[in-house]
Design a protein around this ligand. Sequence first.
Ligand code: ADP
Ligand code: MG
Length: 326
Amino acid sequence: QLHNSIQELKGNIRVFCRVRPLLGDELYGSDGDIPHMAFTGEEHRTLELERLGEVSLSEGNGKYEFTFDRVFDPSTSQATVFEEISQLVQSALDGYNVCIFAYGQTGSGKTYTMEGPSVEDEENMGVISRALLQYEFEGSFLEIYNETIQDLLERHAADVKHDIKMTGTSGGDVMVTNLTTVQVTTENQITHLLKTASQNRAVGETQCNERSSRSHSVFRLKITGNNTITGETCKGTLNLVDLAGSERLKESGATGQRLKETQNINKSLSNLGMENHVPYRNSKLTYLLQNSLGGNSKTLMFVNVSPREDSFSETLNSLRFATKVN
Ligand code: ADP
Ligand code: MG
């Protein structure tokens, strides 16, 4: 019998909305305010949107309101975001399969939330580094692009082509063979690890510029730490997933596989917490994470949002999707 030490949460899935600040040219002629958004409600849980300018009849008054488990406004620091999720990281040690997703259109801040702006920027480290600093762990980092898995921690990814395969185990877990596993105990090692990953990504990027927005990164951690109830040393699994951009696919860009994959991700995310059958085998990502979606799992989805007014429709789409998940 597994116990959950932290307060019982509504279901096993939580959704946090995070709006990034306006940046660079986006700030031109503004004081950083986002005129079409308002952060309201008790305990920072509501995001109001208003379509400015011309509003079509079908949109009513052009006003929308979304409530999540938490809404982070653009001034929220990485440290504050991590504070809100560190309990979830801890519950991996209480026996849960924990999965944290970043969902949102390209440019909305998914990678910033997960990894931070750059490896050198220690103040703004993302979820991955912060989780790693708290626990002893063993981890692997992979990328799924076009249904092909790349090992992001491999030393010489350009020359070596290992045969990476996923296999189910008798315990129901999915194993990835030939994947580099690293043990990390120091901050330097974390920096090195994220650098290797970004170099390996860059190798792929030359083949396709859009790769980073069309691939999923999965950081898979086996953490070791103390169970909050028993005080015993436990091992748990934590998946940190930076999803492919959620933007609606332009017809020209959407190949059959890519479209199918997007539908699968959406389906598996919106089925979280429900008994519905998820077609896990239909995509590498859902197959890999099947044990962390449903059953004995806890899931957090960040819906990352761009403050740009010209992203209004995509934002609306993302928020509507995230509301369904919640
Ligand atoms: P995505 O991974 O969703 O495509 P990124 O994480 O790359 O988006 O973010 C796009 C840009 O915005 C990057 O330059 C990133 O550093 C910046 N950014 C994102 N979120 C924030 C934030 N909360 N504070 C400051 N800059 C941010
Ligand atoms: Mg990204």
